[in-house]
Design a protein around this ligand. Sequence first.
Ligand code: FAD
Ligand code: UDP
Length: 419
Amino acid sequence: MYDFLIVGAGFAGSTLAERLASQMGKKVLLVDKRTHIGGNAYDCYDDAGVLIHKYGPHIFHTNSRMVFDYLDQFTKWRQYQHRVLASVDGQLVPIPINLDTINSLYGLNLSSLDVDKFFASMAEKREQIRTSEDVVVSKVGRELYEKFFRGYTRKQWGLDPSDLDASVTARVPTRTNRDARYFTDAYQAMPLHGFTRMFGNMLSHENISVMLNTDYRDVKGYIPYKCMIYTGPVDEYFDNRFGKLPYRSLRFEFQTHDTETYQSAPVINYPNDFAYTRVTEFKYLTGQKHPKTTLVYEYSQADGDPYYPIPRPENAEIYRQYHELANAEPNVHFAGRLATYKYYNMDQVVAQALTLFNKIAEKEKNGSAVVYAGNGNGNGHAVNGNGNGNGHSHKNGNGNGNGSRSEITKVLKREILRR
Ligand code: FAD
Ligand code: UDP
């Protein structure tokens, strides 16, 4: 009997698995339909031997000491402060827009004070900051909005910024100084040996079994467990009862070049040209030394794996209904970017998972033990691969489903050491 069946081995699921196993001695089965751990933060070596992020560039940054200290137990770090250039009017200029951006773009020599006045002279007055257009136009005016934000946002979301919540473009600040960092968080670093290795360390606990290449719906009825934590799309969990929640997807095109570096910055954004939104050269992020280099081009699309919840009022309304159902679902907790339909960064997901863990621990301390969920056949064997044979598999994604729990964990450990 497992104490917890956790669906999804991304930041949400892995953090909860680790905490429940190591702090409460809970027996956890972590299931993911992908063939690897790490969720969207998964990284791996491509055919050329370059460390890439399979689902687009992931840069860790947080202001939360708690989150940083938590992850710090599972990885060494490489200090890394992210920088992005935008291709605008035939130039590559810093984004977030700063003093240098304006001076380069307009051939000026303004000071910080001057540029503040410059923005004020361009800004449009808005009574209310409601949309992603309002945020930018009210700060820097329509011209810079058109150059840097409108085209990018339309490509990325398939929507005009005026149809998106303010929170989306508000992620990118405007500066009057020369700070060219994309983030200003107190902690900015990349896991020294990559995200997947860090996840491997988190999950390398004898109470955690990992089953990959497995949709939880295929095994749920065969696995006895007391409580579920679900980190997949919340609408999918409820069979789209209130309609599908819109998510934005991406297509990634990887290119490897026979040269040490290819572009002049870790990321170049293309707000106005080309079908892709941005191009990332991974070696800047990872610090890897290699004679070749790999870049990823991101093409946004409506269909495909769900990557981004789309923050706008009509979607918030659909989510509200799912949230009510989720709250009423006995013995199931919902966590993570897809299950709570929040445009969260990695650190926010970890913080959310740690909060949920504290809640679960507190509840147990107060004696309100979880009730058996009633799923599974109660013989405790299905998980060992003796169940329905529905694609049980381990980290390699090639398991035959006959491995015991500890065997699955051992395979995972071996795989991690090999990396
Ligand atoms: P996920 O990582 O999506 O994990 C959910 C898991 O559940 C998946 O592995 C999925 O396969 C599994 N699952 C779903 N349904 C089922 C099912 N039925 N059965 C079994 N398994 C299932 N954040 C940052 O902080 N910095 C960045 O630079 C950054 N860049 C990003 C770039 C891109 C292109 C994207 C898409 C996101 C980026 N993020 C970034 C956000 C980051 O990816 C998320 O915050 C984080 O990975 C979310 O973790 P999660 O566990 O909630 O979800
Ligand atoms: N954005 C933009 N131009 C840019 C960078 C960002 O218009 O050069 C807008 C766009 O809507 C984007 C949002 O700001 O989706 C958030 O940007 P961020 O880089 O945080 O996106 P993410 O890394 O989450 O894809």
